[in-house]
Design a protein around this ligand. Sequence first.
Ligand SMILES: NC(=O)c1ccc[n+]([C@@H]2O[C@H](COP(=O)([O-])OP(=O)(O)OC[C@H]3O[C@@H](n4cnc5c(N)ncnc54)[C@H](OP(=O)(O)O)[C@@H]3O)[C@@H](O)[C@H]2O)c1
Length: 344
Amino acid sequence: MVKATIVGASGYMGGELLRLLVRHPGVEELIPTSRTYAGKPVSSLHRNLYRILDVPFVNPNIEDIDSEIVFFAAPESEWFAKIPNLLDKGVKVITLGGKFRIQDASLDSKIYPGYENQALLDERVYGLPELYRSKIKKARFVTNPGCYATSALLALLPMIKFKDSLDLNRLVVTSVSGTSGAGAKPSEFLHHPEACGTVKPYKVLFHRHLPEMEFILKDTFKKDLKLYFTPAVANMARGIMSFVTVFSEKLDVDLSDNFRNFYGKEPFVRIVYGGDENVPQLRDVVDTNFCDIGVNLDPVSGRILVLCALDNLIKGGSGQAVQNMNLMFDFKEVYGLDLIGGHP
Ligand SMILES: NC(=O)c1ccc[n+]([C@@H]2O[C@H](COP(=O)([O-])OP(=O)(O)OC[C@H]3O[C@@H](n4cnc5c(N)ncnc54)[C@H](OP(=O)(O)O)[C@@H]3O)[C@@H](O)[C@H]2O)c1
Protein backbone atom coordinates (compact mmCIF):
# COMPACT_ATOMS: atom_id res chain seq x y z
CA MET A 1 0.00 0.00 0.00
CA VAL A 2 1.25 3.51 -0.76
CA LYS A 3 0.63 7.04 0.38
CA ALA A 4 0.17 9.43 -2.57
CA THR A 5 0.57 13.21 -2.61
CA ILE A 6 -1.19 15.18 -5.34
CA VAL A 7 0.27 18.64 -5.86
CA GLY A 8 -2.29 20.83 -7.63
CA ALA A 9 -5.21 18.76 -6.33
CA SER A 10 -7.59 21.72 -6.72
CA GLY A 11 -7.19 21.65 -10.52
CA TYR A 12 -8.96 19.51 -13.07
CA MET A 13 -6.16 17.01 -13.39
CA GLY A 14 -5.64 16.85 -9.64
CA GLY A 15 -9.36 16.38 -9.04
CA GLU A 16 -9.45 13.48 -11.48
CA LEU A 17 -6.38 11.93 -9.82
CA LEU A 18 -8.19 12.04 -6.48
CA ARG A 19 -11.29 10.45 -8.02
CA LEU A 20 -9.27 7.61 -9.57
CA LEU A 21 -7.08 7.02 -6.53
CA VAL A 22 -9.64 7.29 -3.73
CA ARG A 23 -10.80 3.69 -4.26
CA HIS A 24 -7.52 2.37 -5.65
CA PRO A 25 -6.73 -0.94 -3.90
CA GLY A 26 -3.02 -0.06 -3.59
CA VAL A 27 -3.43 3.43 -2.10
CA GLU A 28 -3.93 3.80 1.65
CA GLU A 29 -3.80 7.58 1.99
CA LEU A 30 -4.18 10.62 -0.25
CA ILE A 31 -2.57 13.97 0.50
CA PRO A 32 -4.18 16.64 -1.69
CA THR A 33 -2.38 19.99 -1.85
CA SER A 34 -3.73 23.40 -2.73
CA ARG A 35 -2.42 26.86 -1.95
CA THR A 36 -5.81 28.44 -2.57
CA TYR A 37 -8.05 25.97 -0.69
CA ALA A 38 -5.71 24.78 2.11
CA GLY A 39 -7.79 23.84 5.15
CA LYS A 40 -11.00 23.37 3.18
CA PRO A 41 -12.46 19.91 2.53
CA VAL A 42 -11.63 18.48 -0.89
CA SER A 43 -15.32 17.82 -1.44
CA SER A 44 -16.16 21.50 -0.99
CA LEU A 45 -14.46 22.10 -4.34
CA HIS A 46 -14.72 18.70 -6.06
CA ARG A 47 -18.39 18.14 -5.29
CA ASN A 48 -18.35 14.70 -6.95
CA LEU A 49 -16.21 13.54 -3.99
CA TYR A 50 -18.73 14.61 -1.32
CA ARG A 51 -18.80 11.93 1.43
CA ILE A 52 -16.14 10.05 -0.47
CA LEU A 53 -13.13 12.29 0.18
CA ASP A 54 -13.80 15.02 2.72
CA VAL A 55 -10.22 15.43 4.02
CA PRO A 56 -8.86 18.99 3.83
CA PHE A 57 -6.44 20.29 1.22
CA VAL A 58 -3.01 21.03 2.67
CA ASN A 59 -0.40 23.58 1.63
CA PRO A 60 2.16 22.15 -0.79
CA ASN A 61 5.34 21.88 1.33
CA ILE A 62 7.42 20.00 -1.18
CA GLU A 63 10.41 19.50 1.20
CA ASP A 64 8.18 17.68 3.71
CA ILE A 65 6.66 15.19 1.29
CA ASP A 66 7.23 11.71 2.69
CA SER A 67 4.73 9.71 0.65
CA GLU A 68 5.87 6.89 -1.64
CA ILE A 69 4.67 8.79 -4.72
CA VAL A 70 3.93 12.36 -5.69
CA PHE A 71 1.94 13.50 -8.71
CA PHE A 72 2.70 17.05 -9.82
CA ALA A 73 -0.55 18.19 -11.48
CA ALA A 74 0.55 21.83 -11.51
CA PRO A 75 2.33 24.06 -13.98
CA GLU A 76 6.12 23.95 -13.69
CA SER A 77 7.29 26.24 -10.94
CA GLU A 78 9.81 26.32 -8.09
CA TRP A 79 8.77 22.78 -7.11
CA PHE A 80 10.39 21.40 -10.24
CA ALA A 81 13.89 22.12 -8.88
CA LYS A 82 13.06 20.02 -5.79
CA ILE A 83 12.45 16.79 -7.70
CA PRO A 84 16.04 15.51 -7.23
CA ASN A 85 15.69 15.85 -3.42
CA LEU A 86 12.44 13.90 -3.48
CA LEU A 87 14.03 11.14 -5.57
CA ASP A 88 16.99 11.03 -3.15
CA LYS A 89 14.52 10.50 -0.30
CA GLY A 90 13.02 7.52 -2.16
CA VAL A 91 9.86 9.30 -3.31
CA LYS A 92 8.74 8.35 -6.85
CA VAL A 93 7.63 11.27 -9.01
CA ILE A 94 5.18 11.64 -11.88
CA THR A 95 4.86 15.06 -13.54
CA LEU A 96 1.86 15.91 -15.69
CA GLY A 97 3.28 19.06 -17.28
CA GLY A 98 5.44 19.40 -20.37
CA LYS A 99 8.92 19.92 -18.90
CA PHE A 100 11.34 17.09 -19.78
CA ARG A 101 8.89 15.21 -21.98
CA ILE A 102 11.34 15.89 -24.82
CA GLN A 103 14.65 14.27 -23.96
CA ASP A 104 16.69 16.84 -25.84
CA ALA A 105 17.99 19.61 -23.59
CA SER A 106 18.08 22.39 -26.19
CA LEU A 107 14.61 21.64 -27.58
CA ASP A 108 13.14 21.16 -24.11
CA SER A 109 14.59 24.41 -22.76
CA LYS A 110 13.32 26.29 -25.81
CA ILE A 111 9.73 25.15 -25.30
CA TYR A 112 9.72 24.86 -21.51
CA PRO A 113 12.42 27.28 -20.29
CA GLY A 114 13.72 27.08 -16.73
CA TYR A 115 14.63 24.34 -14.20
CA GLU A 116 17.28 22.76 -16.43
CA ASN A 117 18.92 19.64 -15.00
CA GLN A 118 20.68 17.28 -17.39
CA ALA A 119 20.88 14.36 -14.94
CA LEU A 120 17.15 14.54 -14.31
CA LEU A 121 16.42 14.84 -18.02
CA ASP A 122 18.57 11.77 -18.66
CA GLU A 123 16.75 9.85 -15.97
CA ARG A 124 13.20 10.70 -16.93
CA VAL A 125 11.03 8.04 -18.57
CA TYR A 126 8.28 9.12 -20.97
CA GLY A 127 5.08 7.72 -19.51
CA LEU A 128 3.39 6.14 -22.49
CA PRO A 129 2.88 2.56 -21.24
CA GLU A 130 2.12 1.16 -24.68
CA LEU A 131 5.62 2.18 -25.77
CA TYR A 132 7.81 2.23 -22.65
CA ARG A 133 6.15 -0.20 -20.24
CA SER A 134 9.33 -2.00 -19.18
CA LYS A 135 11.21 1.28 -18.57
CA ILE A 136 8.29 2.75 -16.60
CA LYS A 137 8.29 -0.31 -14.32
CA LYS A 138 11.84 0.52 -13.24
CA ALA A 139 11.48 4.32 -13.23
CA ARG A 140 11.69 6.72 -10.28
CA PHE A 141 10.72 9.74 -12.38
CA VAL A 142 8.07 9.65 -15.12
CA THR A 143 6.96 12.53 -17.32
CA ASN A 144 3.38 11.91 -18.34
CA PRO A 145 2.71 12.58 -22.06
CA GLY A 146 0.63 15.51 -23.28
CA CYS A 147 -3.02 14.82 -24.05
CA TYR A 148 -2.78 15.61 -27.78
CA ALA A 149 0.54 13.79 -28.00
CA THR A 150 -0.96 10.64 -26.44
CA SER A 151 -3.69 10.68 -29.03
CA ALA A 152 -1.42 11.27 -32.05
CA LEU A 153 1.21 8.79 -30.90
CA LEU A 154 -1.22 5.97 -30.19
CA ALA A 155 -2.71 6.57 -33.66
CA LEU A 156 0.65 6.53 -35.43
CA LEU A 157 2.79 3.98 -33.57
CA PRO A 158 1.31 0.89 -35.27
CA MET A 159 2.45 2.33 -38.63
CA ILE A 160 6.06 1.52 -37.76
CA LYS A 161 5.80 -1.78 -39.65
CA PHE A 162 5.01 0.11 -42.85
CA LYS A 163 7.33 3.07 -42.35
CA ASP A 164 9.18 2.50 -45.63
CA SER A 165 5.91 2.73 -47.59
CA LEU A 166 4.71 5.94 -45.93
CA ASP A 167 5.34 9.59 -46.70
CA LEU A 168 6.83 10.39 -43.30
CA ASN A 169 7.37 14.01 -44.29
CA ARG A 170 3.65 14.69 -44.38
CA LEU A 171 2.01 13.31 -41.25
CA VAL A 172 -1.05 15.47 -40.62
CA VAL A 173 -2.81 15.58 -37.26
CA THR A 174 -5.93 17.62 -36.53
CA SER A 175 -7.40 17.34 -33.04
CA VAL A 176 -10.60 18.62 -31.49
CA SER A 177 -10.54 18.91 -27.71
CA GLY A 178 -12.93 19.69 -24.89
CA THR A 179 -12.45 22.94 -22.99
CA SER A 180 -11.12 21.23 -19.82
CA GLY A 181 -7.81 20.85 -21.68
CA ALA A 182 -6.97 24.40 -20.61
CA GLY A 183 -7.40 23.70 -16.90
CA ALA A 184 -9.69 25.15 -14.26
CA LYS A 185 -8.49 28.75 -14.43
CA PRO A 186 -11.07 30.91 -16.29
CA SER A 187 -9.98 32.65 -19.48
CA GLU A 188 -11.56 35.00 -21.98
CA PHE A 189 -10.87 32.55 -24.82
CA LEU A 190 -12.96 29.87 -23.11
CA HIS A 191 -15.51 32.09 -21.38
CA HIS A 192 -18.84 30.31 -22.01
CA PRO A 193 -20.38 32.78 -24.50
CA GLU A 194 -17.11 32.78 -26.46
CA ALA A 195 -16.70 29.00 -26.59
CA CYS A 196 -20.29 27.77 -26.69
CA GLY A 197 -21.86 26.75 -30.00
CA THR A 198 -18.62 26.90 -31.92
CA VAL A 199 -15.33 25.19 -32.72
CA LYS A 200 -12.27 27.36 -32.07
CA PRO A 201 -9.01 26.45 -33.81
CA TYR A 202 -5.97 27.86 -31.98
CA LYS A 203 -2.18 27.74 -32.26
CA VAL A 204 -2.89 26.47 -35.76
CA LEU A 205 0.72 26.47 -37.01
CA PHE A 206 2.59 25.71 -33.79
CA HIS A 207 1.39 24.07 -30.60
CA ARG A 208 3.96 22.94 -28.03
CA HIS A 209 2.85 19.31 -28.24
CA LEU A 210 4.09 19.17 -31.85
CA PRO A 211 7.82 18.78 -31.01
CA GLU A 212 6.90 16.20 -28.37
CA MET A 213 5.04 14.12 -30.97
CA GLU A 214 7.88 14.44 -33.49
CA PHE A 215 10.55 13.64 -30.91
CA ILE A 216 8.91 10.41 -29.72
CA LEU A 217 8.04 9.32 -33.26
CA LYS A 218 11.57 9.92 -34.57
CA ASP A 219 12.99 8.04 -31.60
CA THR A 220 10.66 5.11 -32.27
CA PHE A 221 10.66 5.00 -36.08
CA LYS A 222 14.42 5.74 -36.20
CA LYS A 223 13.70 7.96 -39.18
CA ASP A 224 13.46 11.64 -39.86
CA LEU A 225 9.86 12.79 -40.21
CA LYS A 226 7.66 15.87 -40.28
CA LEU A 227 4.35 16.30 -38.59
CA TYR A 228 1.75 19.03 -39.09
CA PHE A 229 -0.56 19.55 -36.14
CA THR A 230 -3.62 21.76 -35.70
CA PRO A 231 -5.71 21.77 -32.52
CA ALA A 232 -9.17 23.20 -31.92
CA VAL A 233 -11.48 23.40 -28.93
CA ALA A 234 -15.11 22.41 -29.27
CA ASN A 235 -18.18 23.04 -27.23
CA MET A 236 -17.75 20.10 -24.84
CA ALA A 237 -16.05 19.75 -21.46
CA ARG A 238 -13.82 16.76 -22.12
CA GLY A 239 -12.51 14.46 -24.83
CA ILE A 240 -10.11 14.61 -27.76
CA MET A 241 -10.86 13.33 -31.24
CA SER A 242 -7.81 13.29 -33.50
CA PHE A 243 -7.88 12.92 -37.26
CA VAL A 244 -4.50 11.59 -38.38
CA THR A 245 -3.76 11.46 -42.10
CA VAL A 246 -0.86 9.52 -43.53
CA PHE A 247 -0.10 9.25 -47.22
CA SER A 248 1.24 5.95 -48.47
CA GLU A 249 2.33 4.20 -51.57
CA LYS A 250 -0.57 1.91 -52.23
CA LEU A 251 -0.67 -0.50 -49.33
CA ASP A 252 -2.52 -3.75 -49.80
CA VAL A 253 -2.91 -4.79 -46.17
CA ASP A 254 -5.64 -5.05 -43.59
CA LEU A 255 -4.60 -2.13 -41.38
CA SER A 256 -7.27 -2.81 -38.77
CA ASP A 257 -5.89 -6.28 -38.36
CA ASN A 258 -2.37 -4.89 -38.04
CA PHE A 259 -3.44 -2.33 -35.46
CA ARG A 260 -5.21 -5.04 -33.47
CA ASN A 261 -2.09 -7.18 -33.51
CA PHE A 262 0.11 -4.21 -32.58
CA TYR A 263 -1.92 -3.41 -29.48
CA GLY A 264 -2.46 -7.11 -28.69
CA LYS A 265 -3.63 -7.35 -25.13
CA GLU A 266 -3.19 -3.66 -24.26
CA PRO A 267 -5.80 -3.05 -21.55
CA PHE A 268 -6.70 0.48 -22.65
CA VAL A 269 -6.34 0.67 -26.43
CA ARG A 270 -9.29 -0.64 -28.42
CA ILE A 271 -9.30 -0.89 -32.21
CA VAL A 272 -12.82 -0.35 -33.46
CA TYR A 273 -13.84 -1.88 -36.77
CA GLY A 274 -16.85 -3.11 -38.65
CA GLY A 275 -19.27 -1.63 -41.18
CA ASP A 276 -18.11 0.56 -44.06
CA GLU A 277 -15.98 2.84 -41.90
CA ASN A 278 -13.97 2.30 -38.76
CA VAL A 279 -15.01 5.19 -36.58
CA PRO A 280 -14.52 5.54 -32.81
CA GLN A 281 -16.86 7.75 -30.78
CA LEU A 282 -15.90 10.18 -28.01
CA ARG A 283 -18.91 9.10 -26.00
CA ASP A 284 -17.44 5.60 -25.59
CA VAL A 285 -14.19 6.85 -24.04
CA VAL A 286 -15.15 9.94 -22.07
CA ASP A 287 -14.84 9.23 -18.35
CA THR A 288 -12.66 6.19 -19.04
CA ASN A 289 -8.99 5.39 -19.57
CA PHE A 290 -9.72 3.90 -22.99
CA CYS A 291 -8.28 5.15 -26.24
CA ASP A 292 -10.41 3.97 -29.17
CA ILE A 293 -8.84 3.92 -32.61
CA GLY A 294 -10.31 3.32 -36.06
CA VAL A 295 -8.10 3.04 -39.14
CA ASN A 296 -9.30 3.55 -42.71
CA LEU A 297 -7.30 3.00 -45.88
CA ASP A 298 -8.44 4.40 -49.21
CA PRO A 299 -7.21 1.74 -51.64
CA VAL A 300 -7.35 4.14 -54.60
CA SER A 301 -5.30 7.06 -53.27
CA GLY A 302 -3.35 5.25 -50.56
CA ARG A 303 -4.55 7.78 -48.01
CA ILE A 304 -4.73 6.40 -44.49
CA LEU A 305 -7.02 8.10 -41.98
CA VAL A 306 -6.64 7.09 -38.36
CA LEU A 307 -9.29 8.37 -35.96
CA CYS A 308 -8.38 8.38 -32.32
CA ALA A 309 -10.67 9.17 -29.39
CA LEU A 310 -9.72 9.55 -25.73
CA ASP A 311 -10.57 11.55 -22.64
CA ASN A 312 -8.00 14.34 -22.24
CA LEU A 313 -8.36 14.28 -18.46
CA ILE A 314 -7.99 10.50 -18.13
CA LYS A 315 -6.00 8.63 -20.82
CA GLY A 316 -4.66 12.05 -21.81
CA GLY A 317 -3.57 12.83 -18.23
CA SER A 318 -4.63 11.50 -14.82
CA GLY A 319 -5.62 7.98 -15.94
CA GLN A 320 -2.35 7.53 -17.76
CA ALA A 321 -0.54 8.81 -14.66
CA VAL A 322 -2.33 6.21 -12.51
CA GLN A 323 -1.48 3.55 -15.11
CA ASN A 324 2.17 4.62 -14.76
CA MET A 325 1.99 4.52 -10.97
CA ASN A 326 0.56 0.98 -11.20
CA LEU A 327 3.54 -0.07 -13.30
CA MET A 328 6.07 1.68 -11.03
CA PHE A 329 4.69 -0.12 -7.95
CA ASP A 330 3.94 -3.43 -9.62
CA PHE A 331 0.21 -3.06 -9.01
CA LYS A 332 -2.24 -4.52 -11.51
CA GLU A 333 -2.18 -2.09 -14.43
CA VAL A 334 -5.94 -1.62 -14.38
CA TYR A 335 -6.20 -0.73 -10.67
CA GLY A 336 -8.20 2.47 -10.23
CA LEU A 337 -8.99 2.55 -13.95
CA ASP A 338 -11.82 0.06 -14.23
CA LEU A 339 -14.13 2.61 -15.87
CA ILE A 340 -16.65 2.04 -18.64
CA GLY A 341 -18.32 4.88 -20.54
CA GLY A 342 -22.07 5.37 -20.55
CA HIS A 343 -24.50 4.71 -23.40
CA PRO A 344 -26.24 6.70 -24.76
N1 LIG B 1 -6.24 19.71 -18.55
C1 LIG B 1 -5.77 18.76 -19.33
O1 LIG B 1 -6.49 18.20 -20.18
C2 LIG B 1 -4.33 18.31 -19.22
C3 LIG B 1 -3.94 17.15 -19.92
C4 LIG B 1 -2.63 16.70 -19.79
C5 LIG B 1 -1.73 17.38 -18.99
N2 LIG B 1 -2.13 18.52 -18.34
C6 LIG B 1 -1.14 19.20 -17.50
O2 LIG B 1 -1.44 18.90 -16.14
C7 LIG B 1 -1.09 20.00 -15.31
C8 LIG B 1 -2.32 20.46 -14.54
O3 LIG B 1 -3.29 20.81 -15.48
P1 LIG B 1 -4.77 21.20 -15.05
O4 LIG B 1 -5.54 21.24 -16.31
O5 LIG B 1 -5.24 20.36 -13.93
O6 LIG B 1 -4.54 22.70 -14.52
P2 LIG B 1 -5.41 23.53 -13.47
O7 LIG B 1 -6.81 23.05 -13.49
O8 LIG B 1 -5.12 24.94 -13.73
O9 LIG B 1 -4.79 23.10 -12.07
C9 LIG B 1 -3.46 23.33 -11.72
C10 LIG B 1 -3.40 23.45 -10.21
O10 LIG B 1 -2.02 23.61 -9.85
C11 LIG B 1 -1.94 24.38 -8.67
N3 LIG B 1 -0.74 25.20 -8.79
C12 LIG B 1 -0.50 26.21 -9.64
N4 LIG B 1 0.72 26.72 -9.45
C13 LIG B 1 1.28 25.99 -8.44
C14 LIG B 1 2.54 26.05 -7.75
N5 LIG B 1 3.46 26.94 -8.08
N6 LIG B 1 2.76 25.16 -6.76
C15 LIG B 1 1.84 24.25 -6.41
N7 LIG B 1 0.62 24.16 -7.00
C16 LIG B 1 0.36 25.02 -8.00
C17 LIG B 1 -3.20 25.24 -8.60
O11 LIG B 1 -3.80 25.02 -7.35
P3 LIG B 1 -3.72 26.05 -6.12
O12 LIG B 1 -3.64 27.43 -6.70
O13 LIG B 1 -4.99 25.77 -5.39
O14 LIG B 1 -2.49 25.63 -5.37
C18 LIG B 1 -4.12 24.68 -9.69
O15 LIG B 1 -5.38 24.29 -9.21
C19 LIG B 1 -0.54 21.10 -16.24
O16 LIG B 1 0.85 21.02 -16.28
C20 LIG B 1 -1.13 20.71 -17.60
O17 LIG B 1 -0.34 21.15 -18.67
C21 LIG B 1 -3.41 18.99 -18.42
